[in-house]
Design a protein around this ligand. Structure first.
Ligand SMILES: [Mg+2]
Length: 413
């Protein structure tokens, strides 16, 4: 088994294709197929943060100075980054991934590891599972992802890069060593230009040569990194996928075009903010326990107040109950006018983690508790999901729940 690393494990690395640029194309379909980059303007010494595949054909890539990118492609379309939009889409993406595994480890807004060990059995095969992940991302976001699947993180990350964009590369445990040993040595984690040159000087020019070198020799030249390189050359990597929520808080806030003093009006606005926040939570497959109210007065003094719900929630009504109570407690609102109002939810959990906590291994072995007691909740969940779908299709104006959302200013995100 020495040449079959991590048997029994199945790790996926999901990497969105040209994430920021692709979102811009989704939002403005006239950009489809055109050379699009996201990044700051050349006169401000901007850098390319993302390049569409049409832009890459001109030799443009991320981290390139914008001035250089424009010289390579004079009709390049440059868009300033809209981080709040990308973050929103990332929350949605991680939420989708969370429906496939409770163990999702985000690495960036647009990439994550998933531990899928054993999960391929109920689907049929690892490849089918990978296709389902890609199909669900495409259906729910309109964006494409490249997925690598392998027995460990190191090989999975190499695999997602192997057939980009819109690809799926599955590396079976028995193929992992030859997969890694056929890649250029610079693909090995930790081998940059400097290390590659140094390896070259001691006669190591490819991964196969690296695997055959003496660990003690590598250690003498590269220290602990040398031993690590030797392990990687044999596709060995035991690092676990560590689940954590990339999202620390979900919030929504509004800066008023004109400062506001009326508590009644602020409460109306608060309703809309709570609904937006709840919607983001649901998109992210998240629930949270702590509700934060943020008020910025006309003199820019800012107060935040928070309170905790008894149980993790994603419901606009429950969030509103707490936020409006916090607003009522804020005596100064009567005296000073308000410039900005915001609602946030923190202490977040994935819904899938919540289920695991509620029905831990012990309970699962006994009779699973009846879910019927929660019928009211699941009905509400269904209502919320239906409203979300409507809003996704027709925009937030379509659905107005019981209270009115007063649109008095522009959203600050
Ligand atoms: Mg990416």
């Amino acid at each position: 088994m020495a040449n079959t690393p991590n048997p029994g494990r199945l790790i996926a690395h999901v990497d969105m294709d040209a994430f920021y640029a692709s979102i811009e194309v989704i939002d403005d379909p006239t950009l489809e197929g055109k050379p699009v980059v996201v990044g700051g303007p050349p006169e401000k010494r901007g850098v390319v943060a993302a390049a569409s595949y049409a832009a890459r054909e001109f030799g443009i890539h991320s981290a390139m100075p914008m001035g250089q990118a424009v010289r390579k492609c004079p009709h390049l379309i440059r868009i300033s980054p809209r981080m709040a939009r990308y973050r929103d889409e990332s929350i949605r993406l991680m939420g989708i991934l969370g429906t496939f595994s409770p163990t999702v480890e985000p690495l960036a807004l647009d990439e994550a590891f998933l531990d899928l060990s054993g999960m391929e059995r109920s689907i049929g095969s690892a490849r089918e599972l990978g296709q389902q992940i890609r199909a669900k991302i495409k259906a729910e976001t309109g964006l494409t992802a490249s997925v690598g699947m392998a027995p460990n993180k190191f090989v999975a990350k190499l695999a997602s890069d192997f057939d980009k964009p819109d690809g799926l590369t599955l590396v079976e445990p028995s193929e992992a060593v030859s997969f890694v040993q056929n890649l250029p040595i610079k693909k090995i984690w930790g081998v940059g230009a400097k290390t590659a040159a140094k390896l070259d000087r001691i006669g190591i020019r490819d991964v196969a040569a690296l695997s055959k070198s003496e660990p003690s020799v590598l250690k003498r030249h590269f220290g602990v990194l040398g031993l690590r390189l030797h392990e990687l050359a044999w596709a060995r990597d035991d690092r676990p996928v560590v689940a954590h929520s990339e999202t620390k808080s979900v919030s929504h806030e509004i800066t008023f075009a004109k400062n506001q003093k009326s508590t009644a009006l602020l409460k109306g606005v608060l309703t809309g903010l709570c609904e937006q926040t709840a919607r983001r939570l649901r998109h992210g497959n998240l629930v949270g326990k702590t509700v934060t109210l943020k008020i910025r007065f006309s003199d820019f003094a800012t107060v935040t107040r928070q309170d905790t719900v008894g149980h993790p929630t994603e419901d606009a009504g429950e969030i509103y109950e707490i936020a409006s109570r916090l607003l009522e407690l804020e005596r100064e609102v009567d005296e000073r006018s308000v410039r900005l109002l915001g609602v946030g939810v923190t202490s977040l959990l994935r819904k899938s983690q919540l289920n695991l906590e509620l029905f831990g291994p012990e309970q699962l072995q006994q009779d699973t508790p009846s879910l019927d007691a929660d019928q009211g909740d699941s009905k509400r969940d269904r209502l919320n999901q239906t409203l979300d779908r409507l809003e996704d299709r027709f925009g937030p104006q379509t659905t107005q729940r019981a209270r009115t959302h007063l649109a008095t200013g522009e959203s600050e995100d």
